[in-house]
Design a protein around this ligand. Structure first.
Ligand code: ADP
Ligand code: ZN
Length: 286
């Protein structure tokens, strides 16, 4: 069997095909422009193969509710060309095979659980801290969705006493994404994250926020591991700062794995999403 996967991002689509062992045979990167233009290239790529199933991990918000009339749509995205677009429908129309559909971060969580940093476990959270903040989860081996999908980046957090920035989330202002995603750092200090590497207080404040989010994910979901990825986490010093702050906040209330293991970096690097999407494809034909 040959599996196809699409990691659909706001700036680029990564498409890949693999064998049953999930060894990637070929991959392409396609710019995200309009659905018509982008999907034409996606089709050109997949048309070369006799696929058994496709898995899609998509940027969102997306409709993952199978009872909904807009199941499979990209919904309220700021990328106007993709707003209310029937993405899953377009793929299904082209290929009469099973297609798995979830968020980009849910796919990354699945990838890290089965092939990466949470290998051998049955639950994990994957959080990306980049242009936005988004989280996905696998709980008891299943991707976490319900009426919709988790939006872990938009939770409210306590403000740092030294906070000066109002937040940039168009919906909530100073939700977690609004004050802790990459653009928040840039807007607060007037410099890009990588230019602030030596500014300890920048990363202490970042850890102050991320640790609160991790505390909440822990208390609600009891994951066995939390994997932190995305551009901002390239500041490796953040990991120990987040662990310290998290430990302080949790105050020994519940038993947890050692924090060096519990709060981990991604083992698959940039391949978490595409690997998870291939795994999702395979699940459709099981
Ligand atoms: P996206 O979220 O768009 O998929 P990334 O995960 O690469 O992309 O996140 C981009 C964000 O991460 C930008 O705001 C950028 O400033 C920030 N970023 C990228 N690299 C670093 C770095 N080395 N240190 C701090 N911030 C970074
Ligand atoms: Zn928000």
């Amino acid at each position: 069997m040959i599996y196809g996967a699409i990691e659909a991002g706001g700036t680029k689509f990564v498409c890949a095909v693999s064998d049953e062992k999930f060894d990637i045979k070929e991959r392409v990167s396609i710019p995200t422009t309009t659905p018509q233009e982008t999907l034409e290239q996606v089709f050109d790529f997949f048309d070369q193969y006799d696929l058994s199933a496709i898995g899609i991990g998509s940027f969102g918000p997306i409709d993952v509710n199978t009872d909904s009339s807009t199941y499979g749509y990209v919904t309220t995205t700021p990328k106007t060309a993709w707003k209310n677009y029937d993405f899953l429908g377009a793929i299904k129309e082209r290929y009469a095979i099973p297609v798995g559909w979830t968020t980009d971060v849910n796919a990354a969580a699945l990838g890290e659980l089965r092939k990466g940093a949470a290998l051998g476990l049955s639950s994990c959270v994957y959080l990306t801290v980049g242009t936005g903040i988004g989280g996905g989860a696998v709980v008891n081996g299943e991707l976490l969705t319900g009426y919709g999908h988790p939006e872990m980046g938009h939770m409210m957090v306590r403000l740092h006493p030294d906070e000066t920035f109002a937040g940039f989330c168009p919906y909530h202002g100073n939700c977690l994404e609004g004050i802790a995603a990459g653009p928040a750092i840039e807007k607060r200090y007037g410099k890009k994250g990588h230019e602030l590497a030596d500014e300890q207080h920048v990363w202490e404040m970042e850890a102050y926020y991320l640790a609160q989010a991790l505390m909440n994910y822990t208390l609600v979901l009891s994951p066995e591991r939390i994997v932190l990825g995305g551009g901002v986490m390239k500041q490796k010093q953040l990991f120990s700062l987040v662990r310290q702050e998290f430990e302080k906040l949790m105050a020994g209330y519940i038993e947890l794995p050692p924090l060096e293991e519990y709060i981990a970096g991604p083992a698959l690097g940039d391949n978490a999403g595409i690997t998870g999407s291939l795994l999702l494809a395979a699940e459709q034909v099981k």
